[in-house]
Design a protein. Structure first.
Length: 297
């Protein structure tokens, strides 16, 4: 059996996202594996790993909204905006009230301009920003628009502040804490981060990396359809599956929706993603491994 689907992994602290992928890769080989959104070693929680042909769907998982619980220490700063680099305490910083923080957080909800941290994987002149920053190079990243759906105070006992965050892709949680603190004339470093959800992938259902083993990995494999569950669905006949798998269009009355469609076989398994290719025709934009389905007629 060749792996084709997704693993909802609960990444532990101190482990890189690459290390998690390597663990899954060893379990499902010869199928390949890739994650859909990095978590820093400091962070824990949901890391979705796609396996086999489902790696073609990574970007769809990356676009899903994300939820976090983040803890910060106010009155402190560091080059990486977290406790992974040298932390410096400010001299006699102001101590915001609970009400001050709630009011400041409210101003960071919605589409906001956010300057990514210097210690990030973004590229500057072809090199990772964090690699330049670690060498003492000045890294100036331009602000970009990100979406914050919710930013709420979970707990506050100075200097420790815990926030609940719901946000879109590309949002740096470290930088949210930085900007909130700066708006209150102080600074902050992130001391802990838990990603509690990516779309419908919840931490309550996530498994530890060590549970994905060479024997029994299929017990934890989720259907590839979970990566595109928001797309409208079309059921294909065996004959249509053969056409789609060979890159050809199929004749279909124009569906009421536009854009991409998730094409399923009669058992509900994701076969491909289809897009309109002309009047009354749909063609594949991405095809998954469907070798069993090709013989299903």
């Amino acid at each position: 059996m060749t792996a084709c689907g997704l693993f909802n992994i609960n990444k532990p602290a101190g482990m890189t996202s690459r290390r998690v992928v390597d663990i899954v890769q060893r379990a499902v080989r010869p199928a390949k594996a890739g994650h859909a959104g990095t978590l820093d070693p400091l962070a824990t929680g949901v890391l979705v790993v796609c396996a086999g042909a489902a790696t073609r769907l990574i970007e769809y998982v990356q676009r899903m909204p994300k939820s976090y619980t983040a803890t910060f220490l106010l009155g402190r700063q560091s080059p990486s905006e977290d406790v992974e680099s040298e932390v410096t305490a400010l001299v006699a910083p102001p101590v915001p009230t609970h009400e001050d923080i709630v009011a400041a957080a409210a101003k960071l909800v919605g589409p906001i301009q956010q300057r990514p941290p210097a210690y990030s994987a973004l590229k500057v002149d072809g090199r990772r920003a964090y690699a330049l920053a670690r060498k003492g190079r000045q890294v100036d990243l331009k602000p970009r628009t990100v979406m914050v759906h919710r930013l709420e105070v979970v707990a506050y006992a100075y200097p420790e502040l815990t926030l609940a965050v719901d946000c879109g892709s590309g949002t740096y949680i470290r930088s949210l804490g930085r900007d909130l603190a700066e708006s209150l004339d102080t600074a902050a470093v992130m001391s802990a981060l838990v990603r509690t959800a990516i779309g419908g992938f919840r931490i309550q259902e996530a498994v530890a990396p060590c549970q994905v083993k060479r024997a029994g990995w299929s017990d934890h494999l989720l259907p590839a359809l979970r990566a595109v569950e928001s797309l409208p669905r079309i059921e294909l006949s065996p004959a249509e599956i053969r056409e789609v798998c060979n890159g050809r269009t199929i004749s279909r009355p124009a569906p009421p929706a536009q854009g991409e469609f998730a094409a399923l076989d009669t058992s509900g398994r994701l076969i491909a993603l289809l897009i309109p290719r002309g009047l009354g025709e749909l063609g594949p934009s991405r095809v998954l491994d469907t070798s069993p389905a090709r013989n299903g007629d």
